[in-house]
Design a protein around this ligand. Sequence first.
Ligand code: BG6
Length: 476
Amino acid sequence: MSFPKNFLWGGAIAAHQAEGAYLEDGKGRATCDVIHGGKERIAEILNTSSIRANIESSQGYFPEHIAIDFYHRYKEDIALFAEMGFKVFRTSICWARIFPNGDDAQPNEAGLRFYDNLFDECKKHGIEPLVTLSHWEMPITLTQKYNGWAGRELVPLFERYARTVFTRYKGKVKYWLTFNEINMTLHLPFLGGGVLIDRPEHKEQLSLQACHHMLLASASAVKACHEILPDAKIGCMVAALCAYPYTCRPEDVLEQKKLERMNYYLTDVQARGYYPAFAEKYFERKGIRIETQAGDKALLAGGTVDFVSFSYYSSSAVSTDPAVNGKKTSGNIFGGVQNPHLKSSEWGWQIDPAGLRIVLNYLYERYQKPLFIVENGLGAKDIPSGGAVNDDYRIEYLREHIKTMKDAIEEDGVELWGYTTWGCIDIISASTGEMSKRYGFIYVDRDDAGNGTLARSRKKSFDWYRRVIASNGEDL
Ligand code: BG6
């Protein structure tokens, strides 16, 4: 058998894209609650005055307020995951359910109880929860008071939040992640770090500073986890970049290397405990001054992760040639140059199963730590016909990616702990806020404007994934 016997098959979601129950049971308003849905979403996230206006007045449709109502329907959903044979289920805790304002004197008991119930439900079905502490959301008050992670004040607040949930869910959660796609904070500071940029020329300075604070918080959480939960494992999470040099011109190859290493410098710190030399040189060259305090170096060195997790959806190419640079592709936020050898999804993300094997090898060589694929999947428009969704395109996408995972384990010797497909049940898309960008094995009756019964139904891929898990990846 190529997949290890205890391989963790499952699926993933994030609290804000699924839970809804916007202000229920004492939850505070969060950063994700002030972003509208639609194709313009990324532009809105990047536009500080729009976000400020949304914080002031809740006009318009905010998809996360109801999402797929997982908060009330989790029992039904977990039962469906169990029917597919999930061994693991990745979700996140919404910080604003636990500390509604981020700096409250006491945690919110009703919020803590919700996750108690959720994790108990997973256990009941023999599913191991894999929990992200922070997946693109935080109490909005932290943005208003401290400008999100740009403020160092968040480091102790996050540590307190992490300690609270580690202590509370002792014995219930064995696998943890600190920040979702920490590198995305560099591209989308508000989404990743709750940071609003008032002047474009401050974007890089502020987001790199915010990332420093996130690294400190990540290291504090790792230390706290090791102390409170000695048997648990805690990892970091990065949006993997697979970008090929567009040609074999040395300039293209060098450009690709530069892009790649900056994509991973945060993971380098989380995995190795110190900033790599190229990052420090980069800050110097750009005139960026990261404010630090005595003790930061020791904290980073003492808070390295147990494993490295990542998301992988698509690949792109890199070129220094302006003529080629015009041919852009989209992709998981960072996009790149279009690769003529690949096909794209309906959202323009280039489909590249071999890229997953390349990433697995690259990360394993770079960090020599166990890996976990915590997001992978195809966002597609599913059109139900006669009540059925025949999503052969999704099956094809996942099958080809699983095959390359298998090769990475079998032929390359990569240590891979598990695989959670993204959006195992249809949820709100993070980049567009659409419901119609679906990833799930389970169809949810809801549209982009918020209409629909929210009823759940099995797609064709549901039974296919059930067989994949039952055969430990042999029956593809
Ligand atoms: C990852 C995020 O970047 O990609 C998820 O961690 C997100 O939150 C996923 O949903 C897929 O992106 P999208 O925009 O298709 O939802």
